[in-house]
Design a binder for this molecule. Structure first.
Ligand code: BG6
Length: 491
């Protein structure tokens, strides 16, 4: 075990949707990495569940392939074999009774295990699964349920899901996962802000000019067209990942790291967001949809081609300007943008500090760029603080903006773990700090719903952008109207 890995109790992890993309690409590889780090206690069980009838040996082979693909060389045959000993498979239809008695028996065979039920399925069957778990008394104290986004497609449907799951499990047994909260840099925000004295005195409207949060992807909608076309970037990314990042940046210092202390502070931020509705959506938001273009080193199809449809008014890009109505942040815009088929895969939070009040330097010394703190979530996790410095050599004082650069990989000499590794074990430990509480999810929808309504009412169709570009030009205009520009890597 790495010296930092804390052992967890023996557990059963049941993955509903055990043959799906998330299970194969993320959940099982995450568990395997924890296994390699000797953090998974012997006698724990990982049980894949899906509708499909297949032999356990076939399922294990699929898992083996997925691990080799995700992990590469480290997934040696011996290690994979040892891990697969923990893995089993049960065909089960959440909407029918058949097979559930056997499943309950399998679960009941070991009493003292923590039981984690991970619902990596369509939200349409969350309720069926929970009710059947209750009918077989699998919702008792040592049980926890993990639900994946999307938690609803608006406030009303999110409430229905929360009510239904809440009728079976207590709130402290429900883990609403937002994998962005498990990313190292996001957790590092807590350390940077609250384990240093330097930043917090400056972390407010007196010193911060504005904040930018970008989550850019190079991929298109891939195989998820039917889901994505019903969701769009606002629901898929902003309602959860980007708002959670905004909360982590903007929240007041919690008194402790107690799960509710942190989540209470995040909730206050969501409540303080200035509404965007029909009155201001046209000025404060931009929606885009990618067209064919040159991306990822080749010709990339447009969204409609990816979808195989003739028309769609779903956005694959959103930029918006959020404002937080409280003392700390009044007058400091938070510009958010996210999209698919953008030029590079990058997620970052950039804090722009205010201009110096007065320059003592001659005009020929070069312009003084405001300080900037860049928190890089991916790739190359790390923190860069851009400072003005004198460029070396004689010939007068020439000023230049240069970064103090901390790459986490270099500073700590380890590869950054995947978000799911941390989050899955937090569920086993019963620690919900990095999971969304019911009221947070609902508060986020309460802010998102009027934007969606304004778009609907305005029959707003997304603006076109070519694949491989930074979204529609209106996104540039959104920020440049305020005399600012989107952050461009490395200057
Ligand atoms: C998911 C979204 O929640 O996050 C996807 O549904 C998106 O559309 C993904 O691609 C991005 O996650 P990451 O960790 O690759 O940035």
């Amino acid at each position: 075990m790495s010296t930092h890995a804390k052992p967890v109790a023996v557990f059963d992890l049941v993955i509903f949707g055990g043959t799906g993309d998330l299970a194969m690409r993320k959940l099982l590889p995450a568990m395997f990495r924890r296994f390699l780090d000797e953090q998974i206690p012997a006698h724990s069980r990982i049980i894949g569940v899906a509708r499909e009838e297949q032999a356990e040996s076939d399922y294990r082979e699929r898992v083996r392939e997925a691990l080799v693909k995700a992990i590469g060389k480290e997934a040696t045959q011996a290690k994979v074999d040892a891990f697969l000993d923990l893995v089993s498979y049960r065909p089960l239809d959440a909407t029918r009774d058949a097979g559930w008695d056997d499943f309950a028996e399998l679960m009941g065979a070991v009493q003292d295990h923590v039981r984690v039920f991970y619902l990596s399925t369509s939200p349409r069957i969350f309720v069926d699964i929970c009710e059947r778990l209750r009918a077989h008394q699998l919702n008792g104290e040592g049980s926890r349920v993990v639900i994946e986004k999307p938690i609803g497609h608006d406030l009303a449907s999110a409430r229905e899901i929360n009510d239904a799951v809440g009728a079976v499990f207590e709130e402290n047994q429900i883990f609403r996962i937002d994998h962005y909260l498990g990313k190292e840099t996001v957790q590092n925000l807590l350390a940077l802000r609250f384990a240093n004295v330097l930043l917090e005195p400056l972390w407010n409207a007196a010193h911060i000019d504005h904040v930018q949060i970008t989550v850019a992807e190079t991929v298109g909608v891939e195989q998820r067209g039917p889901y994505y076309d019903n969701a769009g970037a606002l629901r898929d990314m902003v309602q959860n990942h980007l708002l959670q990042l905004l909360c982590m940046v903007a929240m007041e210092p919690p008194a402790t790291l107690d799960p509710d202390a942190v989540r209470d502070e995040k909730l206050k931020v969501l409540h303080a967001l200035q509404p965007i509705d029909a009155a201001n959506a046209a000025q404060e938001t931009v929606r885009g949809q990618y067209r064919a273009g040159a991306a990822n080193g080749g010709a990339a199809p447009g969204y409609l081609q990816d979808l195989g449809a003739d028309e769609s008014s779903t956005e694959t890009f959103v930029a918006l300007k959020a404002q937080i109505r409280n003392w700390r942040w009044a007058g400091v815009p938070f510009y958010l943008r996210t999209g698919k088929r953008l030029p590079s895969r990058v997620s970052e939070i950039v804090m722009y500090f205010r201009d110096i009040p007065y320059s003592i330097f001659e005009a020929g010394s070069g312009s003084i760029a405001p300080n900037k703190l860049v928190l890089r979530l991916q790739p190359d996790e790390g923190v860069k603080l851009w400072l003005m410095a004198k460029s070396p050599g004689p010939g007068g004082l020439r000023l230049q903006s240069v970064p103090l650069d901390m790459s986490f990989a270099e500073a700590f000499g380890v590869q950054q773990p995947d978000a799911y590794e941390r989050l899955l074990l937090d569920v086993v430990r019963g620690n919900p700090t990095l999971f969304m509480r019911r009221d947070e999810v609902e508060a986020a929808w309460r802010w998102i719903d009027p934007i969606l309504a304004a778009w609907d009412a305005g029959r707003d169709t997304p603006r076109a952008y070519a694949a491989g570009t930074w979204g529609p030009s209106a996104s540039v205009a959104l920020i440049e109207r305020d005399g600012r520009t989107w952050h461009d890597d490395d200057h």
